[in-house]
Design a binder for this molecule. Sequence first.
Ligand SMILES: *Cc1c(COP(=O)(O)O)cnc(C)c1O
Length: 404
Amino acid sequence: MGPDMIVSDLVEPPGSTPDNPPGIITAETSSNYRAALSKAFCARWYPQVTEREWTNWRWQLRNVINSFVQLQQMFNISEQEVCSKLPMRITPYYASLMDPEDPADPLRKTMIPSYQETVLSKGEEADPLHEEDQSPLPTLVHRYPDRVLFLTTNTCASFCRYCTRSRVVGDCHKANIYSRQSWADNIAYIRDHTKIRDVLLSGGDPLTLDDDTLDDLLSAIRDIPHVEMVRIGTKAPMVLPQRITLQLVKMLKQHHPLYMSIHCTHPDELTSECSSALQRLADAGIPLGSQTVLLKGVNDNVDTMKALYHGLLKNRVRPYYLYQGDSIIGSSHFRTTVTKGLEIMKGLRGHTTGYAVPTYVIDAPKGGGKIPVSMKTVLAHTKEKVVLQNYEGKIFEYPLSGLV
Ligand SMILES: *Cc1c(COP(=O)(O)O)cnc(C)c1O
C-alpha cells in the first residue's frame, strides 16, 4: 500500500457496502472496517515504521498523539472537536482504529476532545464521588472496610474524555504525588489495617508502569498476610494491546490470585491485537472482568452492548459493571438518562447468556459507593407470596405461606 493512498478509497464504513445494507453491522464487517482503517492509517502516517516498532508498547507510548496540530493533520476535525482542559493522549494504535472522516465514530468520540467538555452542567463536580474525602493518604481511597483503591500513577496510555479522575489524570503538576514514597505510605497503611483483604490497583493505568516496577509493587502488596487478592484496573488491552507481552503475563501470574478489570466501551475495540492480548492474560489464569461506562452516542443501545458483551465472553472476559456516567465537569454530552440504562439492561437480561449481563450501577455522588440500579421484577411481596415479572413481561408467583 502506497503512503499517498487516500483512506476513503479503501475504507467503507460498515453498513454501507453493497453486500451489506445500511444498518446491518455484523461483528465481521465491523472488524474488517477497523482493520482496513488501521492499515490505511499506518501506511499514510507511519510508512517508515516497522512491524517490530509498531508492536512495541514503548514505541507506542513514545509516539502518542498529544498535540492538536498533529491530530488536525490526521483527522478531518469538526467544529465540535477542540482543545480541552484534560490533555489529549491517544496511542497511534488506537488512533489507527478511529475513522478519520467521521466525528460521530464512537471510538473517536471517546478520545478526541469536544467543546462540550467546557460546558458545566448542574450537579457536576471535579470529584463527584468525593474520593478525596475518603482518602487517608493522597493516593489511596478507602471507602469500603475490606478493600482499598490504590492509585499507582496519574498517566494512561490514552486519555478517555469521560474519565472519572480527569481532575488528576495527565496533570504533570500532580504527577509527583504518585511517588515511590506514596506507594510505601500506602503499603504501610494496608499493613496497619488488617481488615483490608482486597487491593485494587488503578490510576491512571498501572500497566503504563514497566514490568520490574509493577513486579516490585505487587510483591510488596502480596507480602502483606491479610491481603487475599489483588486487582488491576486497566484499559491497556484496548488502547495498548502490545503491552500484554508474554514477559508481563509471566510476571503477573507469580502474584495470584490476581484479577484484572479491563475497561472497554465498544465492540470495535475487540480487534485481533486486543483478542491476542486477552488470550495471553486468560491463559495466565487471570480472571478477567470488564467495566463499561454507558456513553451517549458511543454504546447507548442494546445492539452495541450485546455485541460488546458477546465479544468479551468470546475472549473469556466476564462483563462485571456497567456504569452510569459519573457527573464530572463537562460530561453531560456523554451521560444518558437512567431510563436508557434500564432499557439496555432489559434488552439483555433473559434475552442472552446470563454471563453477558453486567450489574448496572451508579457510583453514588458524595462517596456512597456503587449502587445497583435494576428493573422492577418484584411486583408484590406479602407474607403469602412474591409476585414476579419475567423478561417477557409474564407474571409468576412464588409461594411463601408456611415459611418462617
Ligand atoms: C469501585 C471501588 C471499589 C471496588 O468495588 P467492588 O464493588 O468491590 O468492585 C473499591 N473502592 C473504591 C473507592 C471504588 O471506587
